[in-house]
Design a protein around this ligand. Sequence first.
Ligand code: AMP
Length: 220
Amino acid sequence: MGLHLIVLGPPASGKGTQGRRLAQDLGLAYLSTGALLREAVENRTPAGVEAEPILARGGYVSDQLMASLMEPWLETNQAGWVLDGYPRTLAQDDFLQQWLVERDQRVDAAIALEVPKEVLVDRIRHRVECPDCRWSGQCVEVDGACRCPECGGLAKARKDDTLENFLSRFDEFSLHTQPVIERYAEQGDLVCCDATAPVDEVAAGLLQSLQSLSTDGQTA
Ligand code: AMP
Protein backbone atom coordinates (compact mmCIF):
# COMPACT_ATOMS: atom_id res chain seq x y z
CA MET A 1 0.00 0.00 0.00
CA GLY A 2 1.40 3.41 -1.00
CA LEU A 3 1.52 6.49 1.18
CA HIS A 4 -1.48 8.75 1.81
CA LEU A 5 -0.27 12.34 1.77
CA ILE A 6 -2.04 15.68 1.95
CA VAL A 7 -0.61 19.02 0.85
CA LEU A 8 -1.81 22.08 2.73
CA GLY A 9 -0.97 25.72 2.14
CA PRO A 10 -2.40 29.12 1.20
CA PRO A 11 -3.35 29.93 -2.43
CA ALA A 12 -0.29 30.00 -4.73
CA SER A 13 1.99 28.32 -2.18
CA GLY A 14 2.81 25.61 -4.76
CA LYS A 15 0.46 22.82 -3.68
CA GLY A 16 -0.17 21.77 -7.28
CA THR A 17 3.47 21.90 -8.37
CA GLN A 18 4.79 20.04 -5.34
CA GLY A 19 1.80 17.68 -5.11
CA ARG A 20 2.19 16.53 -8.71
CA ARG A 21 5.95 16.11 -8.30
CA LEU A 22 5.54 14.02 -5.16
CA ALA A 23 2.88 11.84 -6.77
CA GLN A 24 5.12 11.25 -9.79
CA ASP A 25 8.23 10.54 -7.72
CA LEU A 26 6.45 8.18 -5.32
CA GLY A 27 4.15 6.50 -7.87
CA LEU A 28 0.96 7.75 -6.20
CA ALA A 29 -2.35 9.02 -7.59
CA TYR A 30 -2.80 12.81 -7.51
CA LEU A 31 -5.91 14.90 -7.03
CA SER A 32 -6.34 18.68 -7.08
CA THR A 33 -9.82 19.41 -5.72
CA GLY A 34 -9.59 22.96 -7.12
CA ALA A 35 -8.98 21.60 -10.64
CA LEU A 36 -11.79 19.06 -10.15
CA LEU A 37 -14.17 21.89 -9.23
CA ARG A 38 -13.07 24.13 -12.11
CA GLU A 39 -13.64 21.24 -14.52
CA ALA A 40 -17.11 20.66 -13.01
CA VAL A 41 -17.89 24.37 -13.50
CA GLU A 42 -16.75 24.25 -17.14
CA ASN A 43 -18.79 21.08 -17.79
CA ARG A 44 -21.89 22.58 -16.09
CA THR A 45 -22.39 19.49 -13.89
CA PRO A 46 -24.76 19.92 -10.89
CA ALA A 47 -21.72 20.18 -8.57
CA GLY A 48 -20.18 22.74 -10.92
CA VAL A 49 -23.34 24.84 -11.03
CA GLU A 50 -23.45 24.87 -7.21
CA ALA A 51 -19.74 25.63 -6.88
CA GLU A 52 -19.45 28.35 -9.54
CA PRO A 53 -20.60 31.40 -7.52
CA ILE A 54 -18.59 30.24 -4.51
CA LEU A 55 -15.37 29.91 -6.52
CA ALA A 56 -16.10 33.30 -8.10
CA ARG A 57 -16.12 35.03 -4.71
CA GLY A 58 -13.13 33.11 -3.29
CA GLY A 59 -15.11 31.11 -0.71
CA TYR A 60 -14.95 27.44 0.23
CA VAL A 61 -17.62 25.12 -1.18
CA SER A 62 -19.58 23.13 1.41
CA ASP A 63 -18.11 20.14 3.18
CA GLN A 64 -21.09 18.06 1.92
CA LEU A 65 -20.43 18.91 -1.71
CA MET A 66 -16.75 18.10 -1.23
CA ALA A 67 -17.61 14.76 0.42
CA SER A 68 -19.83 13.84 -2.54
CA LEU A 69 -16.91 14.49 -4.92
CA MET A 70 -14.25 12.87 -2.73
CA GLU A 71 -16.00 9.61 -1.94
CA PRO A 72 -16.00 8.12 -5.48
CA TRP A 73 -12.45 9.37 -6.10
CA LEU A 74 -11.15 7.80 -2.88
CA GLU A 75 -12.95 4.52 -3.66
CA THR A 76 -11.16 4.19 -7.00
CA ASN A 77 -7.74 5.35 -5.77
CA GLN A 78 -7.16 3.33 -2.64
CA ALA A 79 -3.56 2.30 -3.42
CA GLY A 80 -2.05 5.58 -2.25
CA TRP A 81 -2.38 9.25 -3.14
CA VAL A 82 -1.38 12.87 -2.80
CA LEU A 83 -4.32 15.20 -2.15
CA ASP A 84 -3.80 18.84 -3.15
CA GLY A 85 -6.43 21.08 -1.57
CA TYR A 86 -8.27 18.53 0.58
CA PRO A 87 -9.01 18.56 3.49
CA ARG A 88 -9.43 22.31 3.91
CA THR A 89 -11.63 22.32 7.04
CA LEU A 90 -11.68 20.31 10.26
CA ALA A 91 -14.99 18.70 9.17
CA GLN A 92 -13.39 17.59 5.88
CA ASP A 93 -10.48 16.19 7.84
CA ASP A 94 -12.89 14.29 10.13
CA PHE A 95 -14.47 12.80 6.99
CA LEU A 96 -11.11 11.81 5.50
CA GLN A 97 -9.66 10.35 8.69
CA GLN A 98 -12.86 8.38 9.31
CA TRP A 99 -12.83 7.05 5.72
CA LEU A 100 -9.23 5.90 6.21
CA VAL A 101 -9.78 4.40 9.69
CA GLU A 102 -12.58 2.25 8.26
CA ARG A 103 -9.98 0.79 5.91
CA ASP A 104 -7.20 0.42 8.49
CA GLN A 105 -5.29 3.27 6.92
CA ARG A 106 -4.21 6.75 7.94
CA VAL A 107 -2.84 10.02 6.60
CA ASP A 108 0.88 9.26 6.66
CA ALA A 109 1.92 12.90 6.53
CA ALA A 110 0.47 16.35 6.05
CA ILE A 111 2.78 18.71 4.20
CA ALA A 112 2.44 22.41 5.02
CA LEU A 113 3.90 24.76 2.42
CA GLU A 114 4.90 28.07 4.01
CA VAL A 115 5.13 31.26 1.94
CA PRO A 116 4.77 34.90 3.17
CA LYS A 117 1.62 36.70 2.01
CA GLU A 118 3.48 39.33 -0.09
CA VAL A 119 5.23 36.57 -2.08
CA LEU A 120 1.87 34.86 -2.69
CA VAL A 121 0.41 38.12 -4.06
CA ASP A 122 3.30 38.36 -6.50
CA ARG A 123 2.86 34.74 -7.59
CA ILE A 124 -0.89 35.19 -8.16
CA ARG A 125 -0.17 38.01 -10.65
CA HIS A 126 1.81 35.71 -12.93
CA ARG A 127 0.04 32.38 -12.39
CA VAL A 128 -1.59 30.53 -15.29
CA GLU A 129 -3.35 27.18 -15.71
CA CYS A 130 -3.48 24.86 -18.72
CA PRO A 131 -7.13 24.11 -19.61
CA ASP A 132 -6.06 20.83 -21.30
CA CYS A 133 -3.98 19.02 -18.63
CA ARG A 134 -4.58 21.37 -15.64
CA TRP A 135 -0.89 22.11 -15.15
CA SER A 136 -0.59 25.30 -13.13
CA GLY A 137 2.44 27.52 -12.55
CA GLN A 138 4.17 30.79 -13.36
CA CYS A 139 3.77 32.03 -16.93
CA VAL A 140 6.87 31.82 -19.11
CA GLU A 141 6.01 33.72 -22.29
CA VAL A 142 7.20 32.34 -25.63
CA ASP A 143 6.27 34.47 -28.67
CA GLY A 144 3.68 36.36 -26.63
CA ALA A 145 1.86 33.26 -25.32
CA CYS A 146 2.12 31.18 -22.14
CA ARG A 147 2.72 27.60 -23.23
CA CYS A 148 2.07 24.73 -20.84
CA PRO A 149 5.43 22.99 -20.17
CA GLU A 150 3.64 19.64 -19.75
CA CYS A 151 1.47 19.38 -22.89
CA GLY A 152 2.15 22.53 -24.93
CA GLY A 153 -1.44 23.84 -24.48
CA LEU A 154 -2.20 27.53 -24.21
CA ALA A 155 -2.09 28.28 -20.46
CA LYS A 156 -4.28 31.15 -19.22
CA ALA A 157 -4.81 33.11 -16.01
CA ARG A 158 -7.41 31.53 -13.73
CA LYS A 159 -10.63 33.52 -13.43
CA ASP A 160 -10.30 33.47 -9.64
CA ASP A 161 -6.73 34.80 -9.59
CA THR A 162 -7.63 38.45 -8.97
CA LEU A 163 -6.18 40.25 -5.95
CA GLU A 164 -9.61 40.61 -4.35
CA ASN A 165 -10.38 36.91 -4.79
CA PHE A 166 -6.93 35.95 -3.50
CA LEU A 167 -7.52 37.96 -0.31
CA SER A 168 -10.83 36.14 0.30
CA ARG A 169 -9.20 32.76 -0.29
CA PHE A 170 -6.33 33.71 2.00
CA ASP A 171 -8.83 34.63 4.77
CA GLU A 172 -10.67 31.31 4.28
CA PHE A 173 -7.32 29.53 4.56
CA SER A 174 -6.39 31.34 7.80
CA LEU A 175 -9.81 30.72 9.33
CA HIS A 176 -10.56 27.15 8.25
CA THR A 177 -7.37 25.42 7.02
CA GLN A 178 -4.84 26.70 9.57
CA PRO A 179 -6.67 24.66 12.29
CA VAL A 180 -6.22 21.53 10.12
CA ILE A 181 -2.47 22.23 9.97
CA GLU A 182 -2.42 22.67 13.76
CA ARG A 183 -4.25 19.35 14.20
CA TYR A 184 -1.61 17.48 12.16
CA ALA A 185 1.16 19.25 14.10
CA GLU A 186 -0.42 18.03 17.36
CA GLN A 187 -0.71 14.49 15.93
CA GLY A 188 3.03 14.62 15.06
CA ASP A 189 2.31 14.04 11.37
CA LEU A 190 3.19 17.47 9.97
CA VAL A 191 6.08 18.13 7.58
CA CYS A 192 6.64 21.91 7.37
CA CYS A 193 8.52 23.34 4.48
CA ASP A 194 9.81 26.77 3.38
CA ALA A 195 8.17 26.88 -0.06
CA THR A 196 9.85 30.13 -1.15
CA ALA A 197 12.93 28.12 -2.20
CA PRO A 198 13.30 27.07 -5.89
CA VAL A 199 10.84 24.35 -6.95
CA ASP A 200 13.51 21.60 -7.27
CA GLU A 201 14.95 22.40 -3.86
CA VAL A 202 11.52 22.25 -2.18
CA ALA A 203 10.75 18.97 -3.96
CA ALA A 204 14.08 17.41 -2.90
CA GLY A 205 13.60 18.52 0.72
CA LEU A 206 10.11 17.05 0.81
CA LEU A 207 11.25 13.73 -0.63
CA GLN A 208 13.99 13.55 1.98
CA SER A 209 11.53 14.22 4.83
CA LEU A 210 9.18 11.57 3.49
CA GLN A 211 11.98 9.05 3.04
CA SER A 212 12.78 9.25 6.73
CA LEU A 213 9.05 8.86 7.36
CA SER A 214 8.94 5.54 5.51
CA THR A 215 12.15 4.28 7.15
CA ASP A 216 11.52 5.18 10.79
CA GLY A 217 7.79 5.93 10.86
CA GLN A 218 8.41 9.49 12.04
CA THR A 219 8.00 12.80 10.23
CA ALA A 220 11.26 14.77 9.89
P1 AMP B 1 -7.28 25.65 -5.56
O1 AMP B 1 -7.14 25.29 -6.99
O2 AMP B 1 -6.76 24.60 -4.63
O3 AMP B 1 -6.69 27.01 -5.27
O4 AMP B 1 -8.85 25.76 -5.25
C1 AMP B 1 -9.65 26.72 -5.94
C2 AMP B 1 -10.97 26.92 -5.23
O5 AMP B 1 -11.71 25.69 -5.22
C3 AMP B 1 -10.85 27.32 -3.76
O6 AMP B 1 -10.64 28.70 -3.61
C4 AMP B 1 -12.22 26.88 -3.25
O7 AMP B 1 -13.22 27.78 -3.66
C5 AMP B 1 -12.47 25.59 -4.01
N1 AMP B 1 -11.98 24.40 -3.26
C6 AMP B 1 -11.00 23.53 -3.62
N2 AMP B 1 -10.84 22.56 -2.72
C7 AMP B 1 -11.76 22.80 -1.75
C8 AMP B 1 -12.09 22.15 -0.53
N3 AMP B 1 -11.42 21.07 -0.11
N4 AMP B 1 -13.10 22.68 0.21
C9 AMP B 1 -13.77 23.77 -0.18
N5 AMP B 1 -13.51 24.44 -1.32
C10 AMP B 1 -12.50 23.97 -2.11
